[in-house]
Design a protein around this ligand. Structure first.
Ligand code: SF4
Ligand code: SF4
Length: 246
């Protein structure tokens, strides 16, 4: 794995260390949702289950697939590098023994997304199907959402870029905030997100995406049949990424 993508974080600070002490006044989903979307979307609630026990430590297939699909460049300089999905190493202690775990992080598509609440121009919003998205034409680049996100899942695109390897997707916009949009364009077309597809292709199957509103869906069954955790549930953001093996 590229060492830049593999940030060593002591004591799980990436999970718990964000000093987010805001008492979020959450908007209702209807007040934040995209009123113009197809009404069938409202029946779904997209989310993800990540089985960390299936994820190979040095594998970067999902990270690379995301970059290729969405034209997200990798910059050698960490100040400009953008990772919609990333792997980090967390350390913990069980008694006197130190344990290590590889963790996959991305936007949690929170059901109560503080990023959307603080956006002064409603560029960030939650679709009826639960995907949290940024309208780059509307974003004014204030970066409030980056501060509000307790998961450090938002990035700012500082540079005009030449990285345009997928002509089916637009060039990304300079001067706006961005984050994983769960490959909404692919889900809308009946395909899996690029990261999920790449993980399946190499035979790991660590990433699953599906409809939380359907009790028979793959993700609902995974959640029912396994011990799962979400990150910082105490914040009330209602993250829609669940972890097995955390
Ligand atoms: S993880 Fe951050 S960017 Fe994603 S929906 Fe939640 S608050 Fe917003
Ligand atoms: S950076 Fe863009 S998306 Fe984020 S809060 Fe400001 S206007 Fe909204």
């Amino acid at each position: 794995m590229d060492r830049r993508d593999f940030i060593k974080v002591a004591g799980g600070t990436v999970l718990a260390g964000t000093s987010c002490t805001y008492a979020f006044r959450f908007l209702t989903s209807s007040s934040m949702s995209d009123a113009g979307v197809d009404s069938t979307l409202a029946k779904r609630k997209w989310g993800m289950v990540i089985n960390l026990d299936k994820c190979k430590e040095d594998c970067t297939a999902c990270l690379e697939a995301c970059r290729e699909e969405n034209n997200v460049y990798h910059d050698e300089d960490d100040r400009w590098d953008i990772n919609w999905i990333r792997k980090v190493k967390i350390e913990g202690k069980i008694g006197s023994a130190t344990t290590e775990k590889t963790m996959i992080l991305l936007c949690n598509h929170c059901d109560n997304p503080p990023c959307a609440q603080v956006c002064p121009v409603q560029a960030t919003y939650k679709r009826e199907d639960g995907i949290v998205i940024v309208d780059h034409h509307r974003c004014i680049g204030c970066r409030y959402c980056m501060i509000a996100c307790p998961y450090n899942a938002r990035f700012f695109n500082f540079k005009d870029e030449e990285h345009w390897i997928n002509p089916d997707r637009p060039k990304r916009t300079h001067g706006v905030a961005e984050s994983c949009h769960l490959c909404a364009h692919r889900l809308d077309a009946g395909k899996m997100p690029a990261c999920v597809e790449a993980c399946e292709k190499i035979g790991c199957g660590a990433l699953s995406v599906g409809d939380f509103n359907d009790p028979e869906s793959n993700v609902s069954k995974l959640i029912a049949d396994n011990s799962v955790k979400r990150i910082r549930e105490d914040l009330g953001t209602e993250p829609k990424v669940y972890y097995i093996g955390l």
